[in-house]
Design a protein around this ligand. Structure first.
Ligand code: FB9
Length: 509
């Protein structure tokens, strides 16, 4: 800070000199760390022209830890020489006496300070060759330590550096001098203009910290969209740009009639059992059903009609009234198509829905008792399987999926039906990406749709593409009470047509 003791000390010393000050020398004088002086220099510079500071790189030599030891105790070779008495010494006794005896021994031998007599009866003995030695290494290190490294020749310095006794240190110091607006009285700078200053006019004689226009604003706290909702938006965008209208899906609770019977799904179908479907206790039954339409549905199930033989069973209204958590958004499609059939004359329509559905299934890493189903429906005169394939190619291409294959399948309410597969580059295999088909006449005709109107439809889940796009392997990391909210905060915007693992990250608040 500009009004810190270090800054004040710097200004007071600067006032007493004509030239300038070296920041490292000043740190030594003030008894503070060099970085504290650098901080004071920067804070004073931020106030304007109070000081001038020129960054200077200076190099100097310092002793390494081993160099400091030799400076104090003498070189290894000198200490080996002094450890050999005039009468000599068994060579085996040398290492125990000196920690760096090995280094010192070879150096003392190469200096011809000592010799080894291998003829001795009790093994090799070390003898002195000279009476005294000059410890040049220690002398040179003492010169460096006392700041006289320049007295060493280049050869001597590089030899000490090679023995790792010396190291060259680069110091970035500041040469500080008085600025054009030099002053020793630095008053505390105001960082904020407050109402009191404005009202009593004290702002006029207060120094203000210069405004940092390039400072980033504080990122405001905001809500964060869950990855599922980001991907839902992407799918919604794809449907809208293909001219589809979103169906109302604001009823999780549905009657068995709309969820199953209207779709020509027989009342004894296994999917209608408790183990696949969540039935409601209260309210257990839907009392308001379009009875004219119900009668036509009853007839098509129990006796057939429109060329169909039906299922020939005793269809029960009580069964149709049973409330449940919808098992697919195709229930909403049935409602939408029934509404469309009431409008005369018939007009073609394209509908879509993306919402939660519930199934009493075995839970695992990729399946919960609920998921979001995505469904597309097109009703028009003379639609065929070819139209369905074409619409599927267009739809999945917008997801970035171009390699499609269609596999014959079975659904109770569509005929023909197809499972849709795509080649997954990452997994190097074909993976199922959805299901599709043409709704059966036994479903459409009792609604009142004209005979030459056909309806193509397809479905997929929202969770699967989301997990793939966000690299999530366990669905519990995506939804549920164990979700790490930070994942939600960090999840980038995801563009479905981009390659996996590289969600198009845009700044998401
Ligand atoms: O979503 C699925 N797979 C998928 C979808 C998109 C995707 O995108 C990639 C990143 C680019 C990747 C994978 N599936 C359908 C296939 C499988 O995941 C499957 O194991 C799970 N299925 C769910 C139902 O399982 C009980 C996904 C869900 C599903 C299946 C069928 C329909 C809807 C959802 C349907 C339908 C339908 C058929 C005809 C007429 C109307 C609706």
């Amino acid at each position: 800070m500009a009004d810190s003791p270090v800054a004040q000390g710097l200004l007071r010393r600067l006032e007493l000199v004509d030239g300038g000050l070296d920041s490292a020398e000043l740190a030594a004088e003030l008894g503070v760390d060099h970085q504290a002086v650098v901080g004071a220099v920067k804070s004073l510079q931020a106030l304007g022209e109070i000081i001038d500071a020129e960054l200077r790189s200076t190099k100097h030599w310092e002793l390494t830890a081993e160099g400091q030891e030799i400076d104090r105790e003498g070189s290894h070779e000198a200490r080996v020489f002094h450890s050999v008495p005039p009468e000599g010494l068994p060579q085996t006794l040398l290492p125990q006496r000196l920690p760096s005896g090995k280094v010192g021994f070879s150096k003392a031998m190469s200096n011809k300070w000592i010799r080894v007599d291998k003829s001795a009866a009790d093994g090799p003995r070390v003898f002195r060759v000279v009476d005294s030695v000059e410890d040049e290494v220690q002398r040179r290190l003492q010169l460096v330590r006392s700041g006289q490294a320049e007295k060493l020749g280049e050869k001597e310095r590089s030899e000490l550096k090679k023995r790792k006794l010396l190291t060259e240190v680069t110091l970035k110091n500041y040469w500080v001098s008085k600025g054009s607006a030099f002053s020793t009285s630095i008053s505390k700078q105001e960082a904020e203009l407050n109402p009191e200053m404005i009202s009593n006019g004290s702002w006029r004689d207060r120094p203000f910290k210069s405004y940092n226009f390039s400072a980033h604003g504080i990122l405001p706290d905001s809500g964060h969209l869950h990855p599922l909702l980001k991907v839902r938006t992407q799918f919604r965008q794809i449907f809208l740009e293909m001219g589809f209208t979103e169906m109302p899906t604001d009823n999780f609770i549905e009657s068995s009639f709309w969820n199953f019977d209207a779709l020509f799904q027989p009342q004894q179908h296994p999917a209608r059992d408790q183990h696949d479907t969540f039935f409601l206790k209260d309210p257990a039954d839907s009392l308001q059903l379009p009875m004219d339409y119900v009668r036509r549905v009853k007839r098509i199930h129990s006796h057939g009609g429109y060329g169909s033989q039906g299922y020939k069973y005793n269809w029960k209204l009580d069964e149709a009234r049973k409330n449940l958590l919808r098992t697919h958004t195709t229930a909403a499609s049935a409602r939408a198509l029934y509404r469309l059939a009431q409008k005369k004359p018939f007009t073609p329509a394209k509908y879509f829905s993306i919402d939660r559905v519930f199934r009493n299934e075995t839970l695992d890493a990729t399946h919960l008792a609920e998921f979001h189903q995505i469904e597309g429906v097109v009703a028009d005169h003379g639609l065929t399987l070819g139209h369905l394939m074409g619409v599927l190619r267009e739809f999945f291409t917008k997801l970035g999926i171009t390699q499609l294959r269609f596999k014959p399948a079975y659904n109770p309410y569509t005929e023909p039906s197809m499972e849709v597969f795509s080649y997954h580059q990452g997994l190097k295999k074909w993976v199922e990406v959805g299901n599709s088909g043409l709704f059966r006449p036994e479903m459409l005709l009792p609604m009142g749709l004209p005979e030459n109107v056909s309806v193509i439809a397809w479905g997929l889940s929202l969770e699967r593409p989301t997990m793939i796009k966000y690299n999530i392997n366990n669905i519990r990391e995506l939804v549920g009470h164990k979700v790490n909210l930070q994942m939600v905060y960090n999840s980038p915007l995801c563009r479905l047509d981009a390659e996996r693992g590289s969600p198009q990250t845009q700044e998401t608040t």
